[in-house]
Structure formats: C-alpha cells, structure tokens
Ligand binder design. Structure first.
Ligand code: SF4
Length: 257
C-alpha cells in the first residue's frame, strides 16, 4: 500500500465525526502500519494480479515469452510471499490454480525506450460491486452522477469502505471499464487534468460522502477516500459509464526498466 493511502486514512480520521468511524479508521492505520513493519498483507484477500504494461516502441524483448515471464513473477511473488491464492482456472468449474496465475495483463505501446510495469492486486469484494451502464447521450452529466452515486449506494458495506471510486466515461463498453480501472492507479486524490472533470470528481466525492455509509459501512462521513474520473472520446449515439470500486486496501506498485 502506498503512503498516499495511509495519509488519507489519517486525514479521514481527523475529519470523521462518527465515533465508530473514527475507531475503524484508527484500526485501519494501525493495521497498515503493522503490515508495513512485519511485511505481511494488510488484508487476507491479496487480490487478482492486474498488471499494466507500458512498452516503449523502441524496446525489444528477447529470451522468451513476455507474458509467461510476468506470470512467473506473479507465481513467485504469491508463492514465496505466502500471499493468498485466489484464482480459479475456469469460472464455472472453479478449481484453484494454486499460484494466483494467470494475471490480467493490459499492454500499451508508448513512445520511447523504457518498459514500465505496474502491479495493482485487486480484491474480489470491491471488484464485485463495480458496474457499467450504457447511458444515452441525453442523460448527460446528471445521468453520470446518478449512476455513480447509485452504484456506491447499492454497494453499501460490501466493497470494504472507505473506498476509492474509479470512473470511466466514454469510449466503448470495454474502454469505459478499462478507464475506470486505470483511474485507480492515480495517487489518491490527484485531480483530473480537465477542469470540468476535476469539478465532477469533487462533486461526486462530496455527494458520496453524504451517503452516510462510512468506514466498513458502519456509518460516518468517510465512505470514499477519493473519486478519480478518466474520459475518452465517445460515439455520437453512446455515453458509456463504468464504475470500478476499490477497497481501502488500495495497492499498486511500479517498476521502470
Ligand atoms: S475488498 Fe479489499 S479490504 Fe475487502 S476483503 Fe477484499 S481485498 Fe480485503
């Protein structure tokens, strides 16, 4: 977990008015500190290994299958690190693969000669509360707000709040979902570079924290630690909106070669 999440727990503790909420936030800080000191996971669900690769177009990968190498890293990390193995090989037969592979890998070709790999383990509880909707363009910004708030409201305590709300608007069905996921990689609270979208993030953050769900769903002001919105061009007939919720165990790390 990054310092940004720990700092946001501390900030939320100061702002929280519910005594139970304060108590939980204090426990979350303590839990995160123990996890850091003792090098153990902050939650038993150590997630689906979601990997984002930015491959410089001048890079050449030699010596084997790149995706197999990533999966080997995931295998070693989860086995040698004693992290929970949470992946089943077939969604209906549900037999555990035993080493948390395969990873979900998203690759982007970018200018340059470096290779950036980000790992963002994703907990199942919060992933299950995510949603996507194909709105009509006429639904506009109010339609977007209503869908995001409704998704958080329906999720209630299930995504282990306080949560990070990732929103993707535009593109196609799958692009919106990917934007929502990517938005979770931002440092907590880092604003969109578009002023109107930064304002939408602020408005959603305020509205979501008025819902009263609170830390672990036991009431309070701290339902969300941040709302991040990413946008993309849309078809004249479409307004896709995806909401990917992340729990308070918001983890991501990157390496650049
Ligand atoms: S949703 Fe997050 S905090 Fe809740 S059990 Fe899963 S990983 Fe842990």
């Amino acid at each position: 977990m990054g310092n940004d999440v720990l700092e946001s727990f501390k900030g939320a503790y100061e702002a929280e008015v519910s005594l139970t909420g304060k108590e939980i936030l204090q426990q979350l800080v303590k839990n995160a500190e123990i996890a850091c000191e003792e090098k153990v996971p902050m939650c038993q669900d150590t997630g689906y290994a979601v990997i984002f690769v930015e491959l410089g177009q001048d890079v050449r990968i030699e010596g084997g299958d790149f995706y197999e190498a990533i999966n080997e890293g995931v295998r070693k990390g989860y086995t040698e690190g004693y992290l929970r193995k949470s992946i089943v090989s077939h969604p209906l037969e549900r037999k555990n693969t035993g080493d948390n592979t395969p990873a979900v890998i998203h690759t982007k070709i970018v200018p340059g000669d470096s290779l950036r790999i980000i790992i963002a383990p994703k907990g199942g509880g919060s992933e299950n509360m995510s949603a996507i909707k194909m709105l009509r363009p006429a639904d506009g910004i109010e339609g977007v707000k209503n869908f995001v708030i409704d998704t958080v409201k329906k999720a209630g305590p299930n995504p282990c709040p306080p949560i990070v709300v990732g929103v993707g608007i535009g593109g196609t069905f799958e692009k919106a979902a990917q934007l929502a996921k990517e938005s979770l990689l931002r440092e907590l609270g880092e604003k969109s570079k578009y002023p109107d979208i930064a304002k939408l993030e602020e408005d959603l953050f305020e509205e979501i924290n008025k819902l009263g769900i609170g830390p672990q769903g036991l009431g309070g002001r701290t339902t969300a630690l941040a709302v991040h919105v990413e946008i993309y061009a849309a078809h004249i007939a479409s307004l896709p909106v995806a909401v990917n919720l992340n729990c308070h165990a918001a983890r991501h790390k990157e390496v650049i070669f």
